[in-house]
Write a protein that binds this ligand. Structure first.
Ligand code: MG
Length: 216
C-alpha cells in the first residue's frame, strides 16, 4: 500500500477520485461544454508515483497527455458532507499529474464506453508532497504550473476552477463515501498536450509544492 505523511499523521492511499472538465477553457479545448455537475472517474492507487520517479510510456497509446492538477488529501471519513464538513475534511494539498492516453479516451468516448483504460495505467498519477490545508486556506489564490523541459506548458490561476475543492468534496461524498487517505485530482486547466519519452515534467503550485518526473 502507498503511504502519505502529513503533519505527523500517516495515511494509506485509498481510492483516487478524479474530476473532469473543471476549467472552462480546458473543457473547450477538448471540444466540450462546461459541465453542470462534477464529472468523476477513478484511478487505482497502483497508478501512483512520487517526486523523482518516472512515468512509463504505455505501449498501447500513441498520444499520452499531461494534465497538471491540484490534489486534495482527505483526512477523515465523509458521507453527505456539508460545505463546512468538507472544508474540515480536506487535510492537505499537493500538485499532481493526471496522465491520459488521449487517443484511447477519445475512442472510448466516441463508442460510449468507459474511458477507464485511458486513465488507470501504471504511473498515470504523479504526486508531490502534501502541505497542510489548515495552513493554506487561501490555496486558490495560487497559480498552478507545468513546465516540460523547462518550457511552461500549463499555467493558470486555481481560482478559475468551476467547482471549488470544498464543493467537490461535498458533492463526491454525496455520491460515494470518502475515507481518510483518499485523494481527489481536481481537474486540469487549459494547455494539455502530448509528452514524449525523455521529457522532464516539473509541476508546482505557487511556492507551496513541486514535483519533477521523467518519461521513460
Ligand atoms: Mg484530469
Amino acid at each position: 500500500m502507498k503511504k502519505i505523511a502529513l503533519n505527523g499523521n500517516e495515511y494509506f492511499v485509498g481510492k483516487i477520485v478524479c474530476v473532469g472538465r473543471n476549467y472552462v477553457e480546458h473543457a473547450k479545448e477538448l471540444g466540450n461544454d462546461a459541465p453542470n455537475y462534477p464529472i468523476l472517474f477513478l484511478k487505482p492507487p497502483s497508478a501512483l508515483i512520487f517526486n523523482g520517479e518516472n512515468i512509463e510510456y504505455p505501449p498501447f497509446t500513441k498520444n499520452m497527455h499531461h494534465e497538471v492538477e491540484l490534489v486534495l488529501l482527505i483526512g477523515e471519513d465523509l458521507k453527505n458532507a456539508t460545505l463546512e464538513e468538507a472544508e474540515k475534511g480536506i487535510a492537505g494539498y499537493a500538485v499532481g499529474l493526471d496522465m491520459t492516453a488521449r487517443d484511447l479516451q477519445n475512442e472510448y468516448r466516441k463508442e460510449g464506453n468507459p474511458w477507464t483504460v485511458s486513465k488507470c495505467f501504471d504511473t498515470s498519477a504523479a504526486l508531490s508532497e502534501f502541505v497542510s490545508a489548515a495552513d493554506n486556506r487561501n490555496i486558490l489564490e495560487n497559480e498552478i504550473e507545468l513546465q516540460i523541459n523547462d518550457i511552461v506548458r500549463q499555467r493558470d490561476k486555481l481560482s478559475l476552477m468551476i467547482f471549488s475543492p470544498v464543493q467537490l468534496v461535498s458533492f463526491i461524498s454525496s455520491r460515494m463515501k470518502l475515507e481518510a487517505g483518499d485523494l481527489i485530482y481536481t481537474g486540469t486547466p487549459k494547455g494539455v498536450s502530448a509528452v514524449q519519452v525523455g521529457d522532464k515534467l516539473s509541476a508546482k503550485i505557487g511556492d507551496l509544492c513541486s514535483l519533477t518526473v521523467g518519461v521513460v
